[in-house]
Write a protein that binds this ligand. Structure first.
Ligand SMILES: NC(=O)c1ccc[n+]([C@@H]2O[C@H](COP(=O)([O-])OP(=O)(O)OC[C@H]3O[C@@H](n4cnc5c(N)ncnc54)[C@H](OP(=O)(O)O)[C@@H]3O)[C@@H](O)[C@H]2O)c1
Length: 374
């Protein structure tokens, strides 16, 4: 039986960049509807930390968005949050969590490996965690859920015309398997009688809507680019790096708090497919210099393709960060239809990424690109 109107959610990935902010928005929802509803968080212990300790870390007042101060966290933890040890790759049975529960749940599946690598090891990690892990989770939860909201990626989105003209190519296993799951979820959910939706954020950046601003718990994707130069400058900072990028292209980025608000707003709607993206790309020729400046790297130039006569730091770059990111920096932009997103959040102003981009980069450099939370 579906419990309409009240928030009853199962969330994966709550310890991650985006999932943590979906968690905050869901906790706010429970608070805002008079402490009704419940969340089951599927998370795993890591680096000697129990799931309880990891959950406590997420409620660090110095890091949480300021609106969390209005919530009775003790009450919410005791009565409205259940933590469940779960690893996507080993997938222990979950039936015990639901034995005393009546009514069905809405699954928000946000956990994934965000490995943009192209090695065989990256393929295996993505296949096990993102692909088999997702299918197994939905199959296992099938008796207890009525809807699946799957967090995919705007990188797996391709305009319909591209598909019709057989122009679709994916850049790595991360995109391939996200796209594959997107194809399979509707079929699987139809077979199981579940509602479904696919929500695709673009590159996640730090907070721009809720203080403290610029916070992001892990430095992934484009932040990896800055991390590379930050860490390499002592050994190689005297060398010139030729960075391959498309001077007419850009990065589509959304602040993590904005993405989480859009996603949580979409949950109870009939939307089946939504790109959680920005209306403007941040131009590469703007973003890359800002990130390099924050990282303290001054010796660089832009080129339109990956050079073949690489110096030592270029070799390292194109084997590591560049191997994951060059495909994105060299890509053409493609347009997203923003109409549905605008209808969903007419009251929320789209944050200005470009105006805040340098501050987002500086936050990462101040934290030495070390994950704030692991
Ligand atoms: N970051 C981006 O720019 C971006 C852009 C578009 C879409 N997305 C999507 O957004 C979602 C969240 O990504 P994120 O940026 O928040 O990445 P993240 O910070 O790395 O978080 C990933 C989450 O997945 C969990 N996870 C990974 N492997 C797991 C496993 N084997 N078992 C259980 N949990 C596991 C992690 O748990 P641990 O903390 O235990 O590792 C973490 O909670 C993903 O689906 C990703 O594809 C991200």
């Amino acid at each position: 039986m579906k419990r309409s109107g009240k928030p009853f959610f199962i969330l994966t990935g709550s310890t991650g960049v985006l999932g943590s902010h979906i968690l905050y928005e869901l906790l706010w929802k429970i608070h805002a509807c008079g402490y009704q509803g419940k969340l089951i968080l599927l998370l795993r212990p890591k680096q000697g930390k129990s799931i309880e300790a990891r959950f406590r870390d997420l409620l660090n007042p110095a890091l949480m968005p300021v609106f969390m101060q209005e919530i009775d966290l003790e009450r919410i933890q005791k009565d409205h949050v259940q933590l469940q040890d779960y690893d996507m790759t080993t997938a222990e049975a979950l039936d015990a969590c639901f034995q005393s529960e009546e009514g069905t749940w809405h699954l928000i599946h946000c956990a994934a490996s965000v490995n943009l690598g192209t090695s065989a090891a990256a393929c295996e990690e993505i296949k096990q965690t993102n692909y088999y892990g997702t299918l197994r989770l939905i199959k296992m939860l099938r008796p207890y859920i009525h809807k699946v909201s799957y967090i995919s990626t705007a990188f797996a989105f391709r305009p319909e015309e591209w598909k019709e003209q057989n122009m679709v190519q994916y850049r790595n296993y991360y995109e391939i398997f996200k796209a594959q799951i997107e194809e399979e979820i509707p079929e699987l959910c139809r077979e199981y009688g579940l509602a479904w939706q696919i929500l695709r954020p673009s590159i996640i950046a730090g907070r721009l809507m809720d203080a403290p601003y610029h916070v992001v718990y892990r430095f992934l994707v484009f932040y990896l680019f800055g991390a590379f130069f930050y860490r390499s400058k002592q050994a190689y900072g005297n060398m010139n790096v030729r960075i391959a990028l498309n001077p007419n292209g850009g990065l589509n980025m959304v602040p993590v708090d904005y993405a989480a608000k859009v996603i949580v707003r979409a949950l109870d709607t009939p939307i089946q497919d939504l790109n959680v993206v920005h209306s403007k790309y941040v131009p590469n020729t703007f973003a890359v210099p800002r990130m390099l400046q924050a990282a303290g790297w001054t010796n660089y130039e832009f080129v339109s393709q990956i050079p073949t006569d690489l110096n030592p730091v270029e070799k390292l770059y194109y084997r590591t960060a560049g191997a994951q990111l060059s495909q994105y920096l060299l890509a053409d932009d493609y347009p997203f239809d923003m109409a549905e997103l605008k209808d969903l959040i007419p009251d929320v102003e789209e944050p200005n990424l470009e105006a805040n981009f340098a501050a987002l980069c500086d936050y990462a450099a101040e934290h030495q690109f070390r994950h704030v939370m692991e």
